[in-house]
Ligand binder design. Sequence first.
Ligand code: SF4
Length: 258
Amino acid sequence: MSTKTSIEWTEQTWNPTVGCSKVSDGCANCYAEVMARRLKAMRVRGYENGFHLTLLPRRLDEPIRRKQPTIYFVNSMSDVFHERIPDRYILDILAVIRQSPQHTFQILTKRAERMAEFFQGQSPPHNAWLGVTVENRTQGLPRLEYLRRISSCVRFVSVEPLLEDLGVVNLTGIHWVIVGGESGPKARPMKREWILNIKSQCDAQKIAFFFKQWGCWGADGRKRAKKLNGRLLDGRTWDSVPLQAMCFDALTQKGLMA
Ligand code: SF4
C-alpha cells in the first residue's frame, strides 16, 4: 500500500517490505515499530507480523500503476538493505523504480555498508535518491563514507534524530541534508547550536538544507507536543531540495554535460 504521508520531505510512502530490527542509537524510539504494533492490533493488512521483517511482493507494482509524478519514500516502515531482505527482492524493487521514470524514489538506510556493497560496480536508477541516517558521530558519520562510494544522482543525509553535536562533517559528494529532532514520549533533546553547526556547513558548501522539525523538545529547551514546537528555525522554515544537483548529475550521466 502506498500512502500519502505527513513526512515533510516526501509525498508518498511505498513499503514493499515492512518491519525491521534495531541497529544503532537512532533506532531506540523507532516510530515504525510503534506504528507497526498499532497497525497489527488494528488488523491492518500487511502488518500481521507486526514489526517482524516481512516481504510484501503484492505491493511491488504500485508505483508502476500510478501515472501522476510522485516523490516516494521507499520503506518508511522498514529498511531496504535490512539483512533479511534477499538481494533478489532488492533487485525487484529497483526494477520497479526503473519502470517508473515518472516518479522519484528516496531510499534511506542505516545499513550503509550493505547498500554500498550492493551497488559496487553498478549505478542505481537515475530516479532513485540514496541516503543514510546520521544520528550521532560514532555510528552515524561512518555511513557517509559508504554513501559516497555510490554513483547516485542524489546522495542525501537524514540527520534525525539529531542526538549530539556532529562537529565538522565531511559533506563531500552530499547533495541534501535533512535535520530533525525526535518525537514521542521518550524523545531525546536536540539543541539549536547543533542544528546551526550543520546548517552553516551546508551553507558554506552550497548543499541543500531542510529543517524537518524540532520534535518534542523546542528551541527553548522545553518539552511539549511536537506540533506546538513546529519547524521554524530562527523565525522561518528551511525547505531546500537538491533539484540542481539532481539535474546536473542526471545530465552528466546522460553525457549532456561535461
Ligand atoms: S533502521 Fe529505521 S525502521 Fe529499522 S529499527 Fe532503526 S529506526 Fe526503525
